[in-house]
Design a binder for this molecule. Structure first.
Ligand SMILES: Nc1ncnc2c1ncn2[C@@H]1O[C@H](COP(=O)(O)OP(=O)(O)OP(=O)(O)O)[C@@H](O)[C@H]1O
Ligand SMILES: [Mg+2]
Length: 401
C-alpha cells in the first residue's frame, strides 16, 4: 500500500487518482505518523507538494533508520539540484515534479518492486533450512582495463540469478568510473556512497534500501555518480557491506576497477572465488601473470582462482595451451568475441538474458554453473587473512618501485 499526504484536498485528490485504489490519503504528517506506527504493510509514502520540505526531509531521515524498507517519494512543484541534493542526503527514494503524474506512478512502482524483492530475500533467507549458510562472493578482476570485467560481472550475475532461481547482488566497486548502472540501464535512487553516513548503524535492512532491482533474482549496489566520491568510502565499509550481502544473497558478484586498490583488496579478502580475466594479447597476459604472482604473494589460495579468457577466439597467433603453460594455471572458461556483446550493453540487457542460445551466453552460463555455483567454497581463514593484511604493505611498496 502507498500512504499519501498532502495538505490541500484538491492536490491530494489528483495524486490519489493517479496512484489508484492501492493508495490512501492522509491530511497531515501527524496523521501519517499515527498510521505508520501500527501499520507495517506500507511500502511507499508519497509526500505531496504542500508538505513543508524541512518536515518531509525530517520524516525521510527518521524512516531511513527506523523503517529502511519504506520508500519515501517526494513530490515538488519544481525540482532543482538543491532539492535533489537535500533529498538524497535525507534518504528520499525519488523526487518527482507535481505535474509528472506518469513519473510518479512509475516511481511508486519501482519502490514497490524493490520492497517486494526485499521481502522475498528476507523470507527466502528466513525460511532457509540452514539459516547460517552464507552466500558465495565472486570478484571479477583484471589488472588491465577494458578486458571485459563489467561485461563478465553483469552477465555472470544474471546467469547465476537464472531468472529468479537464485538471489544475486551485483556490486560495482569501480567506485570512480563504474558503469554497471549504465550496462544494466538502471535508474538508481541510491549508490554505495549513501552507505557512508549510515556506516555506524549499517545493518542488512538499511543496506537493502540502497539496492536497485534489475530483474527477477538480481539487484545491484551501484557505484557513486560523482567520480571523486570514491575516496570518501573507507575500505572497512566495503568489507562490512560485502559481509552483510553474503548473509542475504546466494551470490554476491563484485565488479572492480583495473587496479589493486584498497577496495579491491577488501573484496579479495571476502571472496570465495576470483574470476581473473585476460584477453589474448601480450599486455593483458603480462598483467594477468603479475596478478597471479601478487595473489601468491598475498597468500591467496590458488583453488579460488578462476582464469577466464575473453574474446578467446581472436586469431592473434597465441594458442590457449601456450598461455596456460606460461601462466602455470588452467584457463577454465573461454568467452568468444561477438559484436552482439557491445550491442547488448547498449540496449542495457545482459546478453545471457537477451539471447539464451548465443555462444557468449552458453560460455558464461557454463562458467557460472560449473566453475562458480558448483565450485568448492572455502570459507575465509583467519590466519591467511591476517597474512594477506600483513603483506599489503609489501604489495604497496612493490607497486610503487
Ligand atoms: N566477448 C566480447 N566480444 C565483443 N566485445 C566485447 C566482449 N567482451 C567485452 N567486449 C566489449 O569490450 C569493451 C570493454 O568491456 P568492459 O567494459 O566489460 O571492460 P572492463 O574490463 O569492465 O573495462 P574497464 O577496465 O574500463 O572497467 C566493451 O565495449 C564491451 O562491449
Ligand atoms: Mg568495467
Amino acid at each position: 500500500m502507498t500512504a499519501l499526504v498532502d495538505l490541500d484536498a484538491a492536490t491530494a485528490e489528483t495524486l490519489h487518482a493517479a496512484l489508484g485504489p492501492e493508495s490512501q490519503v492522509f491530511p497531515s504528517l501527524e496523521a501519517l505518523r499515527r498510521h505508520l506506527d501500527g501499520q507495517f504493510g506500507e511500502d511507499t509514502v508519497v509526500l505531496g507538494p504542500t508538505v513543508d520540505l524541512g518536515s518531509a526531509l525530517a520524516l525521510a531521515q527518521t524512516m531511513r533508520v527506523s523503517r529502511p524498507s519504506l520508500a519515501v517519494i517526494l513530490v515538488r512543484r519544481r525540482v532543482d539540484t538543491s532539492v535533489l541534493t537535500d533529498a538524497l542526503r535525507a534518504g528520499v527514494f525519488e523526487v518527482v515534479e507535481e505535474r509528472d503524474l506518469a513519473g510518479l506512478t512509475s516511481s511508486v512502482r519501482r519502490a514497490r518492486d524493490l520492497a517486494r524483492q526485499l521481502r522475498d530475500t528476507v523470507s527466502t533467507s528466513a525460511s532457509s533450512e540452514k539459516p547460517s549458510t552464507r552466500g558465495k562472493l565472486v570478484t571479477v578482476f583484471s589488472a588491465k582495463g577494458g578486458c571485459g570485467k563489467t561485461t563478465l560481472a553483469t552477465n555472470l550475475a544474471a546467469a547465476l540469478a537464472d531468472r529468479g532461481r537464485r538471489q544475486v547482488c551485483l556490486v560495482d566497486l569501480d567506485l570512480a568510473f563504474g558503469d554497471v548502472a549504465i550496462a544494466l540501464q538502471l535508474f538508481p535512487a541510491h549508490t554505495i556512497a549513501d552507505a557512508v553516513p549510515l556506516a555506524d548503524s549499517l545493518d542488512a535492512s538499511a543496506l537493502a534500501s540502497l539496492l536497485t532491482p534489475h530483474s527477477p533474482g538480481l539487484v545491484a549496489l551501484v557505484a557513486p555518480i560523482e567520480p571523486g566520491t570514491a575516496e570518501s568510502i573507507p575500505a572497512t565499509l566495503v568489507s562490512t557491506i560485502l559481509d552483510l550481502l553474503k548473509q542475504q544473497f546466494d551470490f554476491v558478484v563484485v565488479d572492480t576497477p583495473p587496479a589493486f586498490d584498497d577496495h579491491v583488496l577488501a573484496a579479495f579478502d571476502q571472496s570465495d572465488m576470483v574470476a581473473l580475466l585476460a584477453t589474448l594479447d601480450i599486455p593483458a597476459l603480462k598483467n594477468l601473470k603479475l596478478t597471479l604472482e601478487t595473489l601468491d604473494l598475498l597468500n591467496y589460495p590458488r583453488e579460488r582462482w578462476r582464469l577466464v579468457l575473453n574474446r578467446a577466439d581472436s586469431k592473434v597467433g597465441l594458442a590457449v595451451n601456450e598461455v596456460e603453460k606460461t601462466l602455470k594455471a588452467p584457463i577454465v572458461a573461454q568467452i568468444p568475441s561477438s559484436r552482439d556483446v557491445p550491442a547488448s550493453i547498449n540496449r542495457g540487457v545482459p546478453i545471457v538474458l537477451d539471447d539464451p542460445k548465443h555462444p557468449v551466453t552458453l560460455a558464461i552460463k557454463a562458467f557460472a554453473e560449473n566453475d562458480i555455483a558448483a565450485g568448492s567454497s572455502t570459507p575465509g581463514d583467519d590466519i591467511l587473512s591476517e597474512l594477506r593484511t600483513d603483506r599489503r604493505g609489501l604489495l604497496r611498496r612493490k607497486t610503487k618501485t
